[in-house]
Design a protein around this ligand. Structure first.
Ligand code: B3K
Ligand code: ZN
Length: 885
């Protein structure tokens, strides 16, 4: 909690630190009602800041200062100044030590930042600015230090004591307590510090690196979860190998540890040598975790592991550079996941997510550049823009330089900056220097917020046999009011002839025709490219693989989209053509609904999907993706003014029509796949994910028919399947069905069976929170009283409230404003408990400009009520005030 109005911090004000910390020696004494932290910092004046000895201003929050020494001399209260955010000392030499002892209260820390307790164990979360809640420090990423950490705790309750680096000593004390000391030889900023103490078991394995060093791998969990670690361990070993093969990066310590904790604000954290994970991002086995959860574990294990180079060995100079490590690492993990599974399906899922959620962020009051230039609370900037759009920016560099050029650039980046804290500009510079290219204009992707629009038009000259594409780019205004200059937009494209065959592409002025798919760089506000030797009017396939994070428009007819769905050689664009067709058809239904006209579905969508369903050469995961209509959230994002009821009614109508017209094909696919599932033991691999994915989307359509055979099949799947993917889908299908008795029985038996597994109970909450049947809010409120719900546990809040407000749009946006009131009450309660989670849950209310006047007024009233509710955390303060600005 703050005592003064939170201040805006600007990138342009960055200055190097006045002092450096060469060594950090920490001793933690953990007790049940408090903990003591003793720190010795070996410090010196930063030579880069010149002569003189300015005051040393250490960061510290929520610390009770017990003693402080400067250069071994005990200080009296007149010798230093202490406020609720800083401790100021006055060094008299260039080299000196600072010793502090502070008392802290991890046992009552509900913000889950700094040192806190999750259940019976101690753990830490220091990124971005949590270390200052542990001890007085220069808590900024450009201050890097070598850490030695001793942890002392009761032996019986906390037999396992961990920190970063290598264990160098441990032993009992005679008071029933014991100690362990860890040394991390690598310089690191404080945000990568970690400590764990608890009664943990571990799964152990080993990895032999490319230079034949053996690394011990350990995953620590609470004893009841020891049977759910194998998938994470396999993922870790795959990640280590992949990073050697694809980036030439070898692991550097002798031990790599992952610890799973139940109470965690995000997915996981890449602390050096000691990653701390939300248990939802580690634990996975067939009976308790879905296919999606298995894939999420694989991706997050990889992501955190990859940070060892992109983040830890080379870190960020300041928090404005967050995307330097996050955008790059998301790019790395997305290519890894693509390599491990179906690449096209991975791309489709990433793009659907980006277009729905990041594009919405870019269009809202919190819009910011990939490298923001100001913030109030850095925790609010762990955003889809920094992560996902940041990853798209790195992907574009990869596209422009090619795989080999990109690798040369990343090699140079790691080599040049190993052990340093650097900027996004340094990353670009390495890419430029390694390839002899100029990326000056490209860098606008880092500084300009907003989603660019790219309008494309064509003209064909039959006599000259030329075909021209004209690109017009623009970018809407964002709250920063920065003038938008043209971006460098790589557009991968191909041209199809009337049979769907690809044409060899030759631009005017080129000697010969080259590839059938190529990348054009659009760099100007308006730019025309002319292809020659084009014998007939072609059909363009644009922005293949989603080669840039833009909103592209081209006036395709529905028939042309159907043609692309069948013939495009680019799998991503086949899917995207289907999405564009669906959007056109759904928008027509939305208009019909608004006009009070009867809804009539364009049968071309039915026939297009019938063709997809009949094509048994297609990857089943692709079939499943193509059968998925654009979500209500996406339809909202692309609307000028989102009509909640019309969007919901149109989409539900289309789903019912598809279910009716495609019943036989869906039923046949369902049954074939269900039979295979019965015969096959669960395997967490792409082909099996694909089979179950298609089976499950088929079932969700089939149930819309309400036919007794489908109900029987759903119950059979629910009761007899051997894995959570099939069971949870069957449950979700029942929950959204009118079969009240069967629904109640299934929910009760599921809860009874899994009541001791919090992660499975999260799924149980989510499925109900997502039910679009009327009465959603009442159901959510009732579920908050369930014994398994706990507002202090972020996973529970996300599973129930996040799923309701973020996905159950028809219920959340109830016209009477009850959903908004509920969310505001919750944010006010969470603000006092856990500001980071409060501020995240607030996001749906910040989108008020998308809705009709009545809803806008209701949403603003709730934002104002939050603003007036008392002492706001800087997290909630920033989001509320920017939303109302
Ligand atoms: N680096 C952490 C995120 C920390 C968020 C702090 N509010 C996880 C990750 O991106 O890997
Ligand atoms: Zn990350």
């Amino acid at each position: 909690m703050r005592t003064e109005q939170p201040k805006m911090i600007y990138l342009k004000d960055y200055q190097a630190p006045e002092y450096l910390i060469d060594e950090t020696h920490l001793t933690f004494e953990l007790f049940e009602d408090h903990s003591l932290v003793h720190a010795q910092l070996v410090m010196r004046r930063n030579p880069a800041r010149g002569a003189g000895l300015p005051p040393l201003v250490l960061d510290g929050q929520q610390l009770e200062l017990l003693s402080v020494k400067l250069a071994d001399a005990e200080l009296g209260t007149a010798d230093y100044q202490v406020t609720d955010s800083h401790l100021t000392l006055h060094p008299t030499r260039e080299h000196f030590t600072v010793d502090t002892s502070v008392k802290i209260h991890p046992e009552t820390n509900t913000a889950l930042e700094g040192l806190y307790k999750s259940g019976g164990m101690y753990c830490t979360q220091c990124e971005a600015e949590g270390f200052r809640k542990i001890t007085y420090y220069l808590d900024r990423p450009d201050v890097m230090s070598v850490f030695t950490t001793t942890v002392i705790a009761e032996q019986h309750r906390y037999p396992v004591l961990l920190s970063n680096g290598n264990p160098v000593g441990s032993g009992p004390q005679d008071d029933g307590r014991h100690w362990a000391t860890w040394e991390d030889p690598f310089m690191k900023p404080a945000y990568l510090f970690a400590l764990v103490a608890g009664d943990l078991w571990c799964v152990e394995d080993a990895f032999t690196t490319m230079t034949e060093r053996s690394v011990a791998l350990r995953i620590y969990v609470e004893p009841e979860n020891i049977d759910k670690c194998q998938h994470a361990m396999n993922s870790l070993k795959k990640s280590m190998r992949w990073d050697e093969e694809v980036y030439g990066r070898e692991y550097d310590l002798d031990i790599f540890m992952i610890v799973a904790v139940n109470d965690f604000n995000m997915g996981a954290m890449e602390n050096k040598g000691l990653n701390i994970f939300n248990s939802s991002a580690v634990l996975a086995r067939a009976e308790t975790a879905t296919d999606a959860a298995h894939q999420r574990v694989e991706a997050i294990v990889a992501h955190e592991y990859f940070h060892n180079w992109s983040g830890n060995r080379v870190t960020c100079r300041d928090w404005f550079q967050l995307s330097l490590k996050e955008g790059f690492t998301v790019f790395r993990d997305s290519v890894f996941s693509a390599d491990m599974n179906s690449a096209t399906v991975k791309r489709i899922q990433d793009v659907a997510y980006l277009r729905t959620h990041q594009f919405a962020e870019d269009a809202g009051p919190m819009a910011h550049a990939v490298r923001p230039d100001s913030f109030i609370e850095i925790s609010n900037f762990y955003t889809l823009t920094v992560y996902e759009k940041g990853s798209e920016v790195v992907r574009m560099i990869h596209t422009l330089l090619g795989g080999d050029g990109f690798r040369k650039g990343s090699d140079l980046y790691f080599e040049r900056h190993d052990g340093q804290a650097v900027t996004c500009d340094d990353f670009i510079k390495a890419m430029e220097d390694a390839n002899g290219v100029d990326l000056t204009q490209f860098k606008r992707w880092y500084s300009q917020a907003g989603t660019p629009r790219l309008a494309v038009s064509e003209s064909y000259d039959a006599a000259a046999q030329t075909y021209s594409l004209t690109f017009r780019q623009s970018c809407p205004q964002t709250p920063d009011k920065v003038e938008k200059l043209p971006f460098v937009i790589p557009v991968e494209l191909g041209l199809l002839d009337r049979n769907g065959a690809p044409l060899a592409l030759r631009l005017a002025g080129e000697a010969t025709a080259g590839e059938t798919s190529r990348v054009l760089s659009v760099t100007e506000a308006e730019q025309t490219f002319t292809f020659v030797d084009v014998a007939e009017q072609p059909l363009p396939s644009l922005l293949r693989g989603f080669s840039a994070p833009v909103k592209l428009s081209f006036p395709y007819s529905r028939d042309q989209l159907m043609f692309l769905m069948q013939h495009d050689s680019d799998g991503f664009n086949r899917w995207d053509a289907g999405q564009q067709l669906s959007v056109q058809v759904l928008q027509e239904l939305i208009t019909q609904h608004q006009q009070g006209a009867p809804l009539v579905l364009d049968q071309r969508l039915v026939s297009a999907l019938r063709t997809v369903l009949a094509d048994d050469t297609l990857d089943q995961a692709m079939v499943a993706e193509m059968l998925s209509l654009p979500s209500e959230a996406y339809l909202t994002e692309i609307s000028e003014v989102a009509d909640v009821e019309a969007i919901h009614s149109a989409r539900e109508f289309a789903r019912k029509q598809l279910a009716e017209h495609l019943f036989d094909a869906l039923w046949q696919r369902y049954q074939a796949n269900r039979e295979l599932s019965k015969k096959t033991a669960y395997v967490a691999e792409a082909e099996h994910f694909a089979r179950r994915g298609l089976q499950n989307i088929a079932l969700s359509y089939l149930m819309l028919s309400g036919k007794p055979d489908v109900l029987a099949a759903t119950l059979e799947q629910f009761e007899t399947c051997d894995n959570m993917t099939e069971r949870l889908t069957a449950l979700a299908v029942l929950v959204n069905s009118p079969f009240e008795a069967e629904k109640a029985t299934a929910l009760a038996s599921f809860a009874e069976h899994f009541k001791d597994n919090p992660l499975v109970m999260d799924q149980w909450f989510s499925v109900q929170a997502g039910s679009v049947l009327p009465g959603g809010l009442a159901r959510v409120k009732a579920l908050m009283q369930h014994p398994a719900f706990n507002i202090k546990n972020p996973n529970k809040v996300r599973a129930l409230i996040g799923a309701f407000a973020g996905q159950n749009l028809i219920n959340f946006h109830a016209a009477d404003g009850s959903g908004y009131r509920f969310l505001a009450d919750l944010v006010i309660e969470l603000n006092a408990l856990n500001p980071q989670i409060a501020s995240r849950q607030l996001a749906p209310l910040t989108r008020w400009r998308k809705y009709d006047d009545a809803r806008q007024a209701l949403m603003k009233t709730e934002l104002e009520r939050i603003r007036a509710s008392g002492e706001l955390s800087s997290d909630v303060f920033e989001v509320v005030s920017k939303s109302l600005a």
